[in-house]
Design a protein around this ligand. Structure first.
Ligand code: GLA
Length: 766
């Protein structure tokens, strides 16, 4: 990723009052208009730094409805590509921010008063943010806009890395006057693009069907994705959209990705006006949001990462993967290979005791598993979902030796010990609820919904967060815990905080997220050696905000291999494989009862963090032997998988969705691991090829099939092909049904997975 670039990533041209943020991949240009406001001029592939770009400010006579400034008929805010648009000032499109004064007026006028350019990037405390490390060439621009009547500043932040085609933005509101102001909308950025010739790509779904790729042409009006679930970014939509040109594919064409570092209510929308201008805004959802600022107070929006690629969606993903893996995820586990784990949830649910768990653990240790994760049900008197959330002390009826005794037994088998928590929730049947019934979020004069038999704790209140932290820290301190799965299993509804007045209520949902982040910050500081995996009923919080605290996330409760192909394929649009929690479960699958081969389940789960989630005491000797080979395979290749460059090759969201393929190229480019999945075998099927990507055209590669998707070292036919052949002609994947004779039985049938290992190596090297 590191490349030699231009030495001046941010230029201020004082003569033309223009800002140009650039590296050798992108340019972002804006200027200060004659009225002191900012106008966006260009975002895209890098252009000549010296030029004057004033000509991009198109002005002209506008229609009868325009509201130009007095005596300036050609200055109509509605027809200007605004940098951070407000509402109520001649621009009738959706704004990036809205401020209400004490008298109810929402008319504002923020003008440029100054800027700062500096090396590096400040932390965004109390929110997650991309960071830089010593040696990174990173510059930040802060532009201050002021509305003198209300004595309020907005600071717009822009950070650019020399080596990444990404711009990191957020905004900060601060009030200095006697008059209090109320921030009613505070998006992280606005981006006005000059045309609408784009398709919007987003990640949509539901529980058990997260992050499926959708792509549709932009149309006039508003198209958006959002979460209004309060405490999570949701199963339904991910805080990400991309705008791609119509002909943009994986390896060619222009695309702009926009991703929000936030785990709660968000809105990402593209509005196309009657001139075909596309305005994108992204940030905290304005619904239910209202934040009053008194003199000396400020409000900071979450950060957004905007990525540009002119080499297709694949390169956009690589930029996100690099940034999120190396400059968003933190801590000791950021760069470490992730342990292969066994999780007891689908094996036992709530009914277990020490011996039944140890039986599974012994089998796991025998086949080389490195970490035993004790899921829900170990605390209070929790034997089903109806009790004990909030009481984070061990249930000694189930674990007689306590957590310490049990963890030591796991350690003596040669495995690490991990544990499940759901700290933001409380059960009605819990000591915590009995002691603090007003700590629940909700208007108690109304009916409170009880999703999954539980309530959401009022994490907007620091004393609630402190108590949960105290309990968790007391219980875990001194224990040999190396992993925590942090769950969150219900959305917010009937939101009301007993801890605040009327003004406070509009802040509760965001304060909740800040409270949750603060608990993560405390826990990761107190337990720096623990690997955190976030989870929210499967994948409802798979967002970059969480990755700042937990470098991996449970991708979906759906562990069926075929469903997971689509879920993981979609997830990979933004998120690196090192963040994708993926397990091999038993068949028939718990969620959709499908029966798939063990090799296919492993072949999908390898492309993530990898583990097992099933009762190994019920597995046959043959299955255990196969799992043992899978585990050694993963140990050998996880470095490549978790740190290499991921390329999507065939999309399960295109054509009839029957085939999917992807590959990972090792960091040094010498090895490639490719996987090909065919969901159903079809009669008289078309001839099929698997064309690889990202290879060196003139290099020769030794290409071998991975026997049974787990025996990398087994004798397999050796094929030598040039990179250009592999990328342009591809490997033949046709099966017997298309008339190809002599196809091995193991590549026949439904739910097929095949894997190939490529090594840069010529036949003479043998
Ligand atoms: C959620 C998670 C599961 C499991 C259960 C436990 O549904 O997604 O993996 O941990 O909670 O209650």
């Amino acid at each position: 990723m590191k490349q030699k670039g231009l030495k001046m990533p941010i230029i201020f041209n004082a003569a033309f009052r223009q800002f140009h943020l650039l590296n050798n991949k992108i340019s972002y240009i804006m200027h200060i208009m004659e009225n002191g406001q900012l106008e966006h001029l260009y975002f895209g592939k890098c252009v000549c730094p010296e030029a004057d770009f004033s000509y991009l400010a198109e002005r002209g006579h506008r229609d009868m409805q325009a509201c130009p400034l007095p005596d300036q008929p050609y200055f109509s805010p509605e027809h200007i590509r605004q940098e951070y648009p407000c509402f109520g000032y001649g621009d009738m499109r959706m704004p990036a921010f809205e401020i209400e004064r004490e008298n109810g007026s929402r008319v504002v006028d923020f003008k440029y008063v100054g800027h700062r350019i500096y090396h590096g990037k400040k932390p965004l405390d109390p929110l997650p943010g991309v960071y830089c490390e010593p040696g990174d060439d990173v510059e930040t621009l802060e532009i201050t806009l002021t509305d003198e009547q209300i004595h309020t500043d907005i600071i717009l932040y822009y950070t650019i890395f020399e080596s990444a085609a990404a711009l990191i933005r957020h905004a900060e509101f601060s009030c200095h006057g006697e008059e209090r102001i109320s921030v009613e909308t505070a998006m992280s950025f606005g981006l006005d693009l000059p045309d609408m010739d784009y398709e919007m790509i987003d990640l949509a779904g539901s529980w058990s069907r997260e992050r499926h790729i959708r792509r549709h042409s932009l149309d006039y009006g508003i198209q958006s994705v959002y979460s209004l679930r309060g405490s999570c970014s949701s199963h339904q939509f991910n805080p990400f959209i991309a705008l791609a040109r119509r002909d943009t594919g994986e390896n060619s064409g222009e695309v702009i990705g926009m991703s929000l570092l936030y785990s709660g209510d968000f809105l990402a929308q593209a509005e196309v006006d009657n001139f075909g201008v596309t305005r994108v805004t992204m940030g905290i959802h304005p619904q239910e949001f209202s934040w009053t600022l008194y003199s000396g107070e400020k409000f900071v929006t979450p950060e957004a990462v905007i990525v540009y690629s002119d080499k297709g969606i694949g390169e956009m993903s690589s930029t996100y993967h690099w940034l999120y893996r190396n400059r968003l995820a933190r801590g000791m586990w950021r760069d470490r290979e992730r342990p292969i784990l066994i999780n007891n949830w689908e094996a036992t649910y709530f009914s277990f005791n020490e011996e039944s768990l140890l039986k599974i653990a012994r089998k796991a240790a025998d086949i080389g598993i490195e970490l035993f994760v004790l899921d829900d049900g170990w605390f209070g008197h929790r034997n089903d979902s109806k009790s004990s959330l909030g009481d984070w002390y061990v249930n000694k009826e189930k674990l007689q030796g306590g957590l310490k005794g049990f963890a030591e037994k796991i350690n003596s088998l040669g495995m690490g010990f991990g544990i499940w928590i759901e700290p933001e929730m409380v059960s009605e049947d819990s000591d915590l609820y009995r002691k603090h019934p007003d700590w629940v979020l909700g208007d108690k004069r109304r009916i409170l919904s009880k999703a999954r038999n539980q309530y959401v704790l009022d994490f907007s209140r620091p004393e609630v967060v402190d108590e949960v932290y105290r309990q968790l820290a007391d219980t875990f301190r001194g224990l040999p815990i190396t992993y925590i799965k942090w769950d969150h299993n219900r959305s917010m509804s009937e939101v009301f905080s007993a801890g605040g007045n009327r003004e406070y209520q509009g802040t509760v949902r965001h304060r909740f997220i800040l409270g949750m982040y603060s608990l993560y910050a405390k826990m990761t500081a107190a337990f720096p050696d623990i690997l955190f995996e976030s989870c929210a009923s499967g994948g409802a919080r798979f967002d970059p905000g969480m990755l700042y605290y937990a470098p991996q996330a449970w991708c979906s409760d759906n562990t069926d291999a075929i469903e997971r192909i689509r879920i993981q394929y979609g997830t990979s649009l933004v998120y690196p494989l090192s963040s994708i929690g993926s397990h091999v479960s038993a068949v028939p699958n718990e969620q959709i009862k499908r029966i798939t081969p063990l090799r296919t389940r492993a072949a999908v789960a390898y492309f993530g963090t990898f583990g097992y989630e099933q009762d190994l005491t019920k597995a046959s000797e043959e299955e255990l032997a196969e799992m043992k080979l899978q585990i050694s395979f993963m140990k050998k290749y996880r470095n490549l998988i978790q740190k290499g460059t991921f390329c999507r090759l065939i999309s399960p969201f295109e054509k009839d969705g029957n085939i999917a393929a992807w590959e990972v190229i090792s960091e040094d480019g010498k090895e490639v691991l490719a996987a090909y999945f065919r969901i159903l075998q079809k009669p008289e099927a078309p001839y099929t090829r698997l064309r690889l990507a990202g290879l060196e055209e003139k290099e020769t590669y030794l290409c071998q099939e991975v026997n049974n998707c787990c025996e990398a070292d087994a004798e397999a036919e050796k094929i030598y092909r040039s990179g250009s052949e592999l990328m342009n002609i591809g490997l033949i994947m046709s099966d017997e049904s298309s008339g190809c004779k002599g196809v091995a039985a193991q590549v026949q049938g439904d739910f097929l997975a095949r894997m190939f290992l490529l090594k840069k190596q010529s036949p003479d090297a043998e």
